[in-house]
Design a protein. Structure first.
Length: 195
């Protein structure tokens, strides 16, 4: 073999050797990206759930115990009832989306009027909220992408579990807004909005 051919062969071998790790890195990167994309909804959902839970719990802690029976008008949920309703919705909508029952120690019985009026005690309400958020988080983290695509009955429609979980997140935010209005009506500023 001539020196020129040897040099070309060596250069080609170096180029192939340099390309091989790049291909492996690219393959690993694409595998990691595919794995992340495969669980994108679950990860995004849990991140959003964590944020709304943090706000709900911090507001619940900021409202004095003597305001938990306050309601803006007769026939409208009180402060405590609205917080308990959030926990109820977390259990109900998780079950509707996945079929997973609330933990036995949750006290969840599927009866909204009984559940919402179960207690006016701040400490008990905080525990009920935290348990309900933990349940949602645990269930969602265990779902596959195929689970999210399963059709479930939802108020007269067949929708995916993903749609019901999106409704759960909307429900939490709806009642967070209600509790913000209640708090401000009672001169309580949401902790995250203080300067």
């Amino acid at each position: 073999m001539t020196t020129r051919l040897k040099t070309r062969a060596f250069a080609l071998a170096l180029a192939l050797a340099a390309a091989a790790p790049s291909a492996a890195v690219a393959k690993a990167s694409s595998g990691a990206a595919a794995a992340a994309a495969a669980r994108a909804f679950q990860n995004d959902f849990v991140g959003l759930l964590d944020d709304v839970e943090k706000k709900i719990i911090s507001l619940e802690e900021a409202v004095p115990q003597d305001k938990f029976k306050w309601r803006p008008a007769p026939g409208v949920r009180s402060v405590s009832e609205a917080y308990m309703h959030i926990a109820f919705g977390n259990y109900l909508l998780t079950k509707m989306a996945t079929g997973k029952e609330a933990p036995a120690d949750s006290g969840y019985d599927g009866n909204p009027s009984k559940w919402d009026t179960k207690t006016t005690d701040k400490a008990e309400i905080k525990k009920a909220l935290e348990k309900s958020f933990d349940h949602v988080r645990t269930v969602v983290k265990g779902l596959s992408d195929a689970d999210l695509e399963k059709k479930m009955p939802f108020f007269g429609h067949d929708v995916t579990a993903r749609v019901i979980l999106t409704a759960l997140y909307g429900h939490d935010n709806e009642h967070l807004g209600q509790e913000i209005a209640y708090a401000r009506s009672n001169n309580v500023t949401p902790p995250w909005s203080k300067s």
